[in-house]
Design a protein around this ligand. Sequence first.
Ligand SMILES: NC(=O)C1=CN([C@@H]2O[C@H](COP(=O)(O)OP(=O)(O)OC[C@H]3O[C@@H](n4cnc5c(N)ncnc54)[C@H](O)[C@@H]3O)[C@@H](O)[C@H]2O)C=CC1
Ligand SMILES: Nc1nc(=O)c2c([nH]1)NC[C@@H]1CN(c3ccc(C(=O)N[C@@H](CCC(=O)O)C(=O)O)cc3)CN21
Length: 317
Amino acid sequence: MKVTEHIEKAKGKTLFSFELIPPQKGRSIQELYDNIDPLMEFNPPFIDVTTSREEFIYIDREGLLDKKLTRMRPGTLGICASITHKYNVDTIPHVLCGGFTKEETEYLLVDCHYLGIDNVMALRGDAMKEEKYFIPTKGGHKYANELVTQIANMNKGQYLHEVIETNNKSNFCVGVAGYPEKHMEAPSMDSDIRRLKEKVDAGADYVVTQMFFDNKKYFSFVEKARAAGINIPIIPGIKPAAVKRHLQLLPQVFKLDMPDDLVRAIEGCKNNVEVREVGIEFAIQQSKELMDFGVPVLHYYSMGKSDNIKKIASAIF
Ligand SMILES: NC(=O)C1=CN([C@@H]2O[C@H](COP(=O)(O)OP(=O)(O)OC[C@H]3O[C@@H](n4cnc5c(N)ncnc54)[C@H](O)[C@@H]3O)[C@@H](O)[C@H]2O)C=CC1
Ligand SMILES: Nc1nc(=O)c2c([nH]1)NC[C@@H]1CN(c3ccc(C(=O)N[C@@H](CCC(=O)O)C(=O)O)cc3)CN21
């Protein structure tokens, strides 16, 4: 079922969902299941599975470093199919521009369609580690709105190069990313909102936001989006702070501000066990306020261990 249908069916009740990152290759899918199991009691209507970019690795061959390009966390679609099969829940693969040609994206979408996966999250994706800025893959898309257009075309029965037109159309519900604190590369908030509107006009059905810690940023983002004519659901993404290192890392990696009361509370912690508790308590308060605002879904970036997400969900749902 589509995300938008889940939201309609909930009739104003806030839903719970979360996001997983595939394990490093060579590891077991059981690790993922162990983190999903404790969260299933909160009835997530859907679970997102991220797609990781390829990266350069360096292999030491008797003193000479051999540079190889590889995807360290493959398996997004297989994980989606197996989670749906095991838990009877909708899964949403993240589809990226970076690292994929348009043809490869088409094959992936065909696989999704055959598997009965009818939601995809369409993202440009991050720059590779050694790149300062995102460099489009040869034969791939430059911005997420182009990817949304490709998916929307498939929904019309139009495949690449117009080689095939068919009445057996896909019917993907398409999610896109939104940035309450502006995307790091966008020159202004207004231009970023215009870019978001382009994705919506291309066919996006809902937005999931980048993580944020200050709800005021989300409320103001929703207001600006509505004023710009964006009328689709805007789902807040929430990441509980969990380790002291997050004080530097999260603002640096995701270009966001942390409220001073949270910063002070984390600074005052003696160890990461305490930080985890502070992060949980903060996320509970944040989630409660968002729920009162009437958000359709609270979407948690669990990305690994789920014990903190379970505590938050227990307090909220
Ligand atoms: N919020 C989320 O749920 C997730 C976000 N991401 C990350 O989001 C980041 C970007 O992905 P998207 O938001 O999908 O990219 P996007 O293509 O929508 O936007 C990327 C940047 O380019 C700008 N832009 C967009 N279209 C443009 C155009 N035609 N001309 C000039 N500038 C344009 C935007 O303002 C933004 O600064 C990546 O770093 C990605 O990995 C990844 C996974 C999940
Ligand atoms: N720029 C960007 N890239 C992404 O892949 C991404 C977003 N933003 N925002 C939305 C979701 C959330 N994602 C993530 C990815 C990793 C962590 C995470 O747990 N990161 C490490 C620190 C970051 C690092 O080491 O680079 C952590 O310890 O929390 C959280 C959310 C993936 N998605």
